[in-house]
Design a protein around this ligand. Sequence first.
Ligand code: DAH
Length: 343
Amino acid sequence: MKFSEKIEALKKELSSHQPSDLDAVEAFRIKYLGSKGLFKDLFQEFKSVSSEEKRAFGKVLNGLKNEAEEKVNSWKEQLSEQKTEKVSIDLTRPSMLRELGAEHPISIIKREIIDIFHGIGFSVAEGPEIEDDWHNFTALNFPPEHPARDMQDTFFVRNPNGEEDHVLRTHTSSVQVRVMTNEKPPIRIIAPGRVFRNEAVSARSHCIFHQIEGLYIDEGVTFADMKQTLEYFAKEFFGKSKIRLRPSYFPFTEPSAEVDVYWGLENEVDHRITKGTGWLEVMGCGMVDPAVLESCGIDPEKYSGFAFGMGLERSAMQRFQIPDIRMIFENDIRFLKQFQSTF
Ligand code: DAH
């Protein structure tokens, strides 16, 4: 077949072609435009035709090739549009329900307490769970032979040399020391965290539990400031406006007190949780002992402050009527998914 005839034949073929799907488009592309396609052959042949034929067909050949390429592109577009049109999607249909995780009861209580103190200018501080003796005891004014350091209460941690010079912190009061040694007053922090005590595990007590510590240091902070702050907290958190402070003892505060909230005695539960007194013990507190300020490099002549510490499990158990503290740590999904903040 002569070159001119080949081009005529090709022209015809191209104009009559109508692929029905994307596979057919691809087959067309390979047959005509592929690296071993018809156009390739024709361009090869073009090199050796006479110069009149070159003049006559050069433009035509290029034009046909462009035309074929455009066709391939537009077929592809058309056919892929058709493809998506065929799948019917109902965009108004509600999505499948996704199962959401629930907040842990301890996290709920913790978040609520942080929110309350945030509102009166306290920020959150953190410290390590593995703590040295100085931060957990010495700086907090625990005498060397204080029973709290005893094997009974404290989990000791051995260092690589075999010395037991660290502990799993027994309270979040260690964070007070960390903050006071690192920051200058005014200090207003709360420190939520896990604490550890070497105690027998039962329905009412556990070797792991959570506390929130509070600390406020500035010039001229008084016992009255502490009482006001704690009253405010009791109102916000428990919805109870009456508290009382009972004298108590902690090595790191002087004077020290135990805070009771007046719960009332309206029903059987009130009787049970307050042991028939109407009062519920909720935290320990006191004015930071000057010796503690001094240990932490704060001048007790210039500054004073108060501190408080409370457990979270008791509040969580009360709020959510959890009968056994162990449930809080077992991570049974059927237990965990039940709780919601009432805030
Ligand atoms: N650290 C104490 C405990 O674990 C609680 C406590 C009492 C913290 C009085 C304080 C405080 O900051 O002032 O039993």
